[in-house]
Design a protein. Structure first.
Length: 255
């Protein structure tokens, strides 16, 4: 006499496959098809149901798993190597779609249970009070309104509109973009350094205006330091930076 075994009930073959994947803790995107197929077939062999529709669904999936398993065991043909497609891809997409709908159903079920715990009170306000509308005495409200008061209200509204205008930014004209070429500025810096020999960083900044000029000047000096054309000295922190031009060998000879 055999030992009776009680099988878990699954809603369909995809539900069984999802259970096996989660049970074996495997990556759903890299299903070990041999292991999953063997466990799936073990379940189908023990499945005892007279509903042929249900049984046929499990058998169709079993055939699909066996086909995928055999295709993965066979080496791909030379023509298929370039355009190789994983035989498990379609199955993975179906399982993922089923998983999404399954957990969405859990969420809807939880919301249904939460909604069942809510109690709504029926409206109990008498119809006489619910339909009551207080009449607005327009004549009394407008009895002391004069043209002078209306003019004052109008002036107050217009003043608020004027106050919304920024007194500073509203006087700005069009903002023009200041364009300074780094290459051209390096040429200017080299000529300036050659003429002055040693000069302060603060002094050369006074020759231009705007943040763009400061940034381009700073980048130009760094580039010329990298090329060995300038040397920089700062004796103490926060002291002015002194920049010295390093003449080339040709310039020294000519001097």
């Amino acid at each position: 006499m055999g030992i009776p075994v009680k099988l878990e009930v699954f809603e369909g073959p995809l539900d069984l496959l999802l259970h096996l994947i989660e049970k074996n803790k495997v990556d759903i995107y890299d299903i070990p098809i041999v292991l999953i197929t063997e466990q799936y077939l073990d379940y189908v062999r023990q499945l005892d149901t007279k509903d042929m529709d249900v049984m046929s669904e499990f058998l169709v999936m079993a055939a699909t798993l066996v086909r995928i398993k055999s295709k993965m065991l066979l080496p791909p043909e030379e023509e298929e190597e370039e355009e190789y497609e994983d035989p498990r891809q379609e199955l993975v997409e179906r399982i993922l779609e089923y998983k999404m709908y399954k957990y969405a159903s859990f969420e809807l079920k939880d919301r249904q249970l939460d909604a069942g715990r809510m109690i709504f009170k029926e409206p109990s306000i008498p119809e006489e009070i619910r339909d009551f509308k207080e009449e607005v005495p327009i004549e009394e409200l407008l009895s002391d309104v004069t043209l002078a008061k209306l003019q004052g209200i109008f002036n107050s509204v217009m003043k608020k509109q004027v106050d919304k205008i920024d007194p500073i930014r509203s006087k700005f004209g069009e903002i023009e973009k200041e364009e300074i070429s780094l290459e051209d500025h390096i040429v200017f810096l080299e000529n300036y350094a050659r003429e002055n020999g040693t000069f302060s960083f603060r002094k050369i900044l006074e020759n231009g205006k705007g943040k763009t000029y400061v940034i381009v000047t700073f980048l130009g000096i760094l580039e010329m330091m990298k090329m060995g054309k300038l040397s920089i000295v700062q004796e103490k922190i926060f002291d002015d930076i002194l920049i010295t031009y390093n003449p080339t060998e040709k310039e020294r000879t000519q001097a």
